[in-house]
Ligand binder design. Structure first.
Ligand code: GLC
Length: 755
C-alpha cells in the first residue's frame, strides 16, 4: 500500500516539476531529446557516482572493484566521479565518457572544496565568526576559481547544518547555531561558488548539505539518530537550506541520520514534498557516501534492492558510492516496482545541471593545465586567505590590556605544541593543501624583529602524520620538555601559549566526549601559570573547547580556530595590534561539556533559572546556565559604548515598519570594527518561542572618540516563524527588540504587532 501511495505522490510531483521548472525551453528540449535516446541502463548510469583514485572520503568496497567500475564507465553507466584530482586525471576520465561511450554524456566531477582548494581559508566555523558576508563570498569564489582551474566543476559545499553541540566534530564545517546568520552565510557561499553564471569558467556547482538535521546527531555522536520536532525542523534546521535554494544552489546532499525515525536518504517528505515540491527545486540530490546502502543497517531497507527502491522513490537522484542504482534500478523498473518517470525525473535533473555548466558545449573546458598553474596558491589568493584569517579571529578575553603586544624591547616566551605547527591550522577537509604548508605562529611572530622570541614547544601534542582517516595519536605521558618551557616562561616578560586541537581532531567522524584541551596541554598551561601569569592563550580548534579554567586565570585568550594557509601571519598581526580583532562567536562556548547542547536562542521553560541556589528551577546545582562565551561575543582592543536605544513607535501592523536605533561610541584608543546585533523576542506565540532571535546585524568601524547611530528597520516579515498552524507567518502580540554587542544584551524596547 505504502508503495502505491508513494508512486502516486511522486508521479504528481514529477509531472508538476516538469511543468513548473522548464524555464529554459532550449535547455529542456536538449535534455528531453537526449533522454529519449538513453537506454534504461544508461539512465541508471547517470544516477551513479564513483570515487576516483585520490583519497577516499568514505569506506571503499572490498575486493577488485576497479575493473567492474571501469567497464561501467566505458558502457556509459557512470554519471559522476568524486575525488578525482588534477587536470590530467579528470581529462582522461572525461575523454572516456565523451569519446568512448555510446552517447558521450560528460561526467560531472565533485570534491569537498569546503574551505579552499590549494589556498586554504579558515574553517567555515571560523570564517562565519567574521560576520563578513562579502568576505565569505569572496573566499568561496577563490576556492571555486582554483578548483575549476584544476578540472573540477562541483563542490560538496556549503555545509549548512545548524548545530549546538561542540561534541560533534563537524561543527567546524558550518556557520554555527543560528538560522538567521546561517541562512545569510549559506547564500554568500552559494553565490561565491556558483557566481552569476554557472557556465562561466570560474564557477562550480554548489551543494547544500546535509539535508537534513545532521547537526542534531544525538549526544554529538556522528552519524547518530536525531530527535527533534517539526517546529525545530522548520524554524531552526530548514532556513539555511531554503536560503541556499533561493540563492540558486543547483545540488543538495542528503544526510546519514534519521529524522522522524526515517533515514534522510529515504525521506519522501523532506526531499519531495518540501525541497522539490514547496521549494520548487529543479536541481538534483546526491546521497551522502553510501547512505543508500546504509538504510539496511538503519533497519529501514531489507536489502540493496529495497534500499535502491526506497531511495529513488524518496527523491535521492544520485547514488554516491553505494553502487545500488547502477545495479538495481533496471530490475526495479522492469519488475514494476519503480516507475520509469521517477528515473527520468532524476536523470533530467542531473543532465540539467551538466547543461547549465556548459559541459555539453565543451566537456574539457575545465581541463587547462596553464590555468591550474596560474591559479592554484597564487599570491593574490593567499592575500584573500590572510584577510579572511585575520577577520575570523575572536578575542575572548583581554584583562590588564596584555594585548596588543608591545613591538620592541620585550622578551616573549612562545610556548605550546601548536606554536610551530604548520599542519593543524589547515584543519580537516583541507582538499589539496600541501601538508605542513600553513604559516605557523612562530614564523608569523618572527617577522616582528623588535622583541626577543624564545620558542619552546613544551610538549608534543600528537605523534606521526595525520589524515582524514586516522585517529590522531595524542601524547598522554611524555612531559620531558616541560622543564625547558618553564625556564623560558620564568625568564620572559610575557608568555604566548598556542594550544588546542590537532587539525584532524575535528571534522567528520571526530566526535569527542571531552572538549577540554587535548593531551597534556592543560597540565602544561597550569605549570606555566605557576611561573608567569602574564599569559596570552591562543586557542586553535575546530570547535568550542572548555576554557573555563583559562577564563578564570589567564588574562588574555584568543580563539584562533584553524585559520588556513596564512594562519601564523594573521595571528601575529592580531597579537601585535596591526589588525584589531573584530570576530564574534557564531557558536556558544560551554562552561563544560555537561552544558551541551547549549545555544543562545533557548526556550524559557516554565521554571526559568536565575541562580544555582534555586532547586526547583531549570538549572544545574553545579554551574550556571549561561555559556562561558555567548553567541555574538567578541572583544576588540578598543571599547564600544552603546547608548540611546530608541524605537520610533510601539506599534507595528502588517503593512508598516518601525525603526530601532542605538548610538555606538568608540571610547577606547584604537580604531576598531564592531558588529552591532539586532535581536527580537516574541513574548507569546502559538508555540513556545526563543528568548532571543538574531534578526539583523551591521558591522561598523569607528576611530577613537567617533560615534555612529546604527538603526534597523523592523517589519512583520522579521517576526514570521513556523507556527502551530504549520504556516510561516507572524502572530499579533508583544515583542522586545534589543541591539547589542552580543546575545547577552538585556536592554530592550517593547513594541506590539497588531492587525
Ligand atoms: C562524506 C561526507 C560528505 C562529503 C562526502 C564526499 O562522508 O559526509 O560531507 O561531501 O562524504 O566526500
Amino acid at each position: 500500500m505504502r508503495k502505491i501511495i508513494y508512486s502516486l505522490i511522486t508521479l504528481l510531483f514529477v509531472v508538476s516539476c516538469e511543468n513548473s521548472n522548464s524555464h529554459d525551453s532550449e535547455k529542456e528540449k536538449f535534455i528531453n531529446d537526449l533522454i529519449s535516446k538513453m537506454t534504461l541502463e544508461e539512465k541508471a548510469g547517470q544516477m551513479n557516482q564513483y570515487n576516483g583514485f585520490w583519497d577516499a572520503t568514505g569506506p571503499m568496497p572490498e575486493g577488485d572493484y576497479q575493473k567492474k567500475r571501469y567497464n561501467e564507465l566505458m558502457n556509459g553507466q557512470v554519471g559522476s566521479m568524486l575525488n578525482v584530482i588534477g587536470v590530467d586525471e579528470i581529462y582522461a576520465l572525461q575523454k572516456i565518457a565523451v569519446e568512448e561511450t555510446r552517447l558521450g554524456i560528460p561526467l560531472i566531477f565533485g570534491h569537498d572544496v569546503i574551505h579552499g582548494y590549494k589556498t586554504i581559508f579558515p574553517i567555515p566555523l571560523a570564517e562565519s565568526s567574521s560576520w563578513d558576508l562579502d568576505l565569505m563570498e569572496k573566499s568561496a569564489r577563490v576556492a571555486a576559481t582554483e578548483a575549476s582551474a584544476d578540472g573540477l566543476n562541483w563542490t560538496f559545499a556549503p555545509m549548512v547544518d545548524i548545530s549546538r553541540d561542540a561534541r560533534w566534530g563537524r561543527v567546524m564545517e558550518g556557520a554555527g547555531e543560528d538560522p538567521y546568520l546561517g541562512s545569510l552565510v549559506a547564500k554568500a557561499r552559494v553565490k561565491g561558488f556558483q557566481g552569476t553564471d554557472l557556465s562561466e569558467i570560474n564557477s562550480i556547482v554548489a551543494c547544500a548539505k546535509h539535508f537534513a538535521g545532521y547537526g542534531f546527531s544525538e549526544a554529538g555522536r556522528d552519524y547518530n539518530t536525531t530527535d527533534f520536532n517539526h517546529f525545530t525542523l522548520h524554524n531552526t534546521i530548514m532556513p539555511p537550506f531554503k536560503a541556499a535554494v533561493d540563492a540558486g544552489v543547483r545540488t543538495f546532499m542528503n544526510s546519514f541520520n534519521t529524522l522522524d525515525e526515517i533515514p534522510a536518504t529515504g525521506h519522501i517528505h523532506i526531499q519531495r514534498d518540501i525541497l522539490k515540491g514547496d521549494w520548487d527545486f529543479d536541481g538534483f540530490v546526491v546521497s551522502d557516501w553510501g547512505s543508500i546502502d546504509q538504510m539496511i543497517p538503519h533497519g529501514f531497507a531489507r536489502d540493496g534492492n529495497h534500499a535502491a527502491e526506497l531511495a529513488v522513490i524518496a527523491g535521492s537522484d544520485m547514488d554516491m558510492e553505494s553502487s545500488l542504482y547502477v545495479s538495481k534500478l533496471v530490475g526495479l523498473v522492469n519488475s514494476g516496482k519503480v516507475d520509469i518517470n521517477l528515473i527520468d525525473d532524476a536523470v533530467k535533473r542531473i543532465l540539467r545541471v551538466k547543461y547549465e555548466l556548459g559541459l555539453f558545449d565543451d566537456p574539457y573546458k575545465y581541463c587547462n593545465n596553464e590555468r591550474s598553474i596560474q591559479e592554484l596558491g597564487s599570491d593574490q589568493n593567499m592575500q584573500v586567505a590572510l584577510e579572511a584569517a585575520k577577520k575570523s579571529i575572536v578575542l575572548l578575553k583581554n584583562n590588564n590590556q596584555l594585548l596588543p603586544l608591545e613591538k620592541e624591547g620585550k622578551k616573549i616566551a612562545l610556548i605550546g605544541p601548536l606554536a610551530d605547527d604548520k599542519n593543524s591550522p589547515l584543519g580537516n577537509w583541507r582538499s589539496q593543501a600541501v601538508y605542513n604548508s600553513a604559516t605557523s605562529v612562530l614564523e608569523g611572530m618572527n617577522k616582528y624583529k623588535g622583541n626577543r622570541i624564545v620558542f619552546e614547544k613544551g610538549v608534543e601534542l600528537y605523534y606521526g602524520k595525520t589524515n582524514f582517516h586516522n585517529r590522531v595519536k595524542l601524547n598522554y605521558n611524555d612531559r620531558s620538555d616541560f622543564g625547558k618551557a618553564k625556564l623560558a616562561a620564568a625568564t620572559s616578560d610575557v608568555v604566548v601559549m598556542v594550544m588546542g586541537e590537532e587539525g584532524h581532531q575535528s571534522g567528520e567522524g571526530r566526535s569527542r566526549t571531552n572538549i577540554g584541551l587535548p593531551g597534556l596541554q592543560f597540565e602544561l598551561l597550569k605549570e606555566i601559570y605557576k611561573i608567569n601569569q602574564n599569559i596570552i592563550l591562543v586557542v586553535m580548534s575546530g570547535r568550542p573547547l572548555d576554557l573555563s579554567w583559562a577564563d578564570k586565570n589567564i588574562p588574555s585568550i584568543v580563539q584562533a580556530w584553524q585559520l588556513g594557509s596564512k594562519s601564523g601571519d594573521a595571528i601575529a598581526q592580531v597579537l601585535y595590534g596591526d589588525y584589531n580583532p573584530s570576530g564574534k562567536l557564531t557558536m556558544s562556548f560551554p562552561r563544560n561539556v555537561g552544558q551541551v547542547p547549549i545555544y543562545y536562542n533557548f526556550k524559557n521553560t516554565g521554571r526559568p533559572s536565575t541562580s544555582i541556589e534555586q532547586v526547583t528551577n531549570s538549572g544545574y546545582a553545579d554551574v550556571v546556565n549561561s555559556p562561558l562565551y555567548s553567541f555574538g561575543h567578541g572583544l576588540s582592543y578598543t571599547n564600544f559604548k552603546y547608548s540611546n536605544l530608541t524605537i520610533d513607535s510601539g506599534e507595528l501592523d502588517y503593512n508598516s515598519k518601525i525603526n530601532i536605533s542605538v548610538k555606538i561610541e568608540n571610547t577606547g584608543f584604537f580604531t576598531g570594527k564592531e558588529v552591532a546585533q539586532l535581536y527580537i523576542r516574541d513574548i507569546v506565540g502559538s508555540i513556545a518561542r526563543p528568548m532571543k532571535e538574531l534578526k539583523g546585524f551591521e558591522m561598523i568601524e569607528l576611530a577613537p572618540g567617533e560615534s555612529k547611530v546604527v538603526s534597523f528597520e523592523i517589519d512583520s516579515s522579521l517576526l514570521e516563524f513556523y507556527t502551530y498552524e504549520n504556516k510561516w507567518e507572524a502572530e499579533d502580540g508583544k515583542f522586545h527588540a534589543f541591539i547589542g554587542t552580543n546575545s547577552d544584551v538585556s536592554d530592550y524596547k517593547e513594541f506590539h504587532l497588531v492587525k
